[in-house]
Design a protein around this ligand. Structure first.
Ligand code: FAD
Length: 313
């Protein structure tokens, strides 16, 4: 694989930046992960086209990420191209109020917190559930991020995706299943933009709801240590955190990684954790849960560089 050739070609033709051997501990909320061969900040649809053409020509695997807040990257990194969206993908455009709703069109590279704040400042409700969820709009859409009762899919009117070898396509929100932590978008599609529907509302009410949700987060989540949020999906009708806590895992450590004593579904980085440490805990929890309850816990966290490399949609 001609990584240097790909690097030279990208450097000469992109609107955004390209980095060679970029350490992923700088690019993930876990602050863990070795270097990926190429890390590209795509600033335009043209950049996406160029990157995917180069990746195909060099037979290089690629993945798109947001802020890496739901990602575990291998300690040895990954021989592939990682794309992230910036530039034109960071715009938010507010539409006109149309009856009871108002459309917000936002690029996938927008930080979710900025979207939540924009909606709040303009008196639009519908985004409160997302307060305190790290990452980008793109990552939130793919993961159908949210709380135990609400997901972002519920406010999606439409998505614009870039499909390799096809180009830009519009997908209506109702065409996707929007299941628990899963949008159901076609694997390989890159979400570039979304039209989201908010409702004009009372600013004080929006603020009250956001403060209550943030308070709950602070009380229940270990926000003072690097993590990727909940590691496992809740099994149907059950709570992964409660199951893990019930098995006595709180405080369980491998190397620099630890099952949080505040929330058993969070594995935190105590400062020196490696991806191998985190994975060892994941495997031990899955093993014990299977042994005790016969349940196969599924991970919510996504992987890059492992055998189970998974950046699923
Ligand atoms: C402290 C903490 C608390 C959290 N709390 C919550 C919570 O309450 N609810 C919740 O749902 N999540 C939570 N998370 C997890 C995480 O914040 C969400 O999953 C978030 O939506 C991920 O966004 P991201 O931009 O960082 O995506 P990444 O982690 O970078 O990527 C996640 C997945 O999305 C894919 N992806 C990203 N962008 C695109 C795109 N444009 N097109 C196609 N695929 C893309 C990636 O390939 C990957 O598979 C929490 C995480 C932390 C660290």
């Amino acid at each position: 694989m001609a990584i240097l050739d790909a690097y030279s070609e990208l450097r000469g033709s992109l609107d955004g930046n390209v980095y060679l051997d970029e350490p992923m501990n700088r690019r993930t909320s876990y602050q863990i992960g070795g270097p990926v061969s190429l890390f590209v900040e795509c600033a335009s649809v043209h950049d996406l086209q160029v990157c995917l053409t180069v990746a195909a020509a060099e037979q290089m695997p690629w993945a798109v990420i947001g802020r890496g807040s739901n990602l575990l990257v291998h300690d040895q990194g990954w021989r592939g191209m990682v794309l992230t969206l910036t530039g034109q993908f960071k715009e938010i455009v507010l539409g006109e109020v149309d009856g009871a709703t108002v459309p917000l069109v936002a690029g996938s590279g927008v930080i979710l917190a900025n979207l939540v704040q924009t909606a709040f400042k303009n008196g639009f409700s519908g985004f409160e559930f997302a307060v305190g969820i790290p990452g980008t709009l793109g990552g939130a859409l793919v993961m159908n991020a949210g709380t135990s009762t609400e997901g972002i899919g519920a406010i999606v009117a439409s998505l614009t995706v870039y499909r390799p070898e096809v180009g830009l396509l519009r997908v209506q929100g109702y065409e996707l299943p929007w299941e628990y932590r899963c949008s159901g978008i076609t694997p390989g599609d890159i979400i570039v933009e979304a039209e989201l529907l908010a409702k004009p509302s009372n600013v004080a009410q929006i603020q009250g709801r956001m403060e209550a949700l943030l308070g709950r987060r602070k009380a229940t989540q270990p926000l003072n240590k690097p993590s990727a949020g909940s590691v496992f999906r809740n099994p149907p009708g059950d709570s992964a955190g409660a199951i893990i806590e019930g098995l006595g895992f709180k405080g369980y450590r491998v190397g620099g990684a630890e099952v949080s004593s505040k929330h058993a579904n969070f594995i935190v980085n105590n400062g020196s954790a490696t991806a191998a440490d985190v994975l060892a805990i994941i495997r031990e929890i899955r093993h014990r849960v299977k042994e005790e309850y016969g349940t196969e816990l599924q991970t919510e966290v996504q992987f890059i560089g492992f055998e189970e490399t998974k950046t699923t949609n």
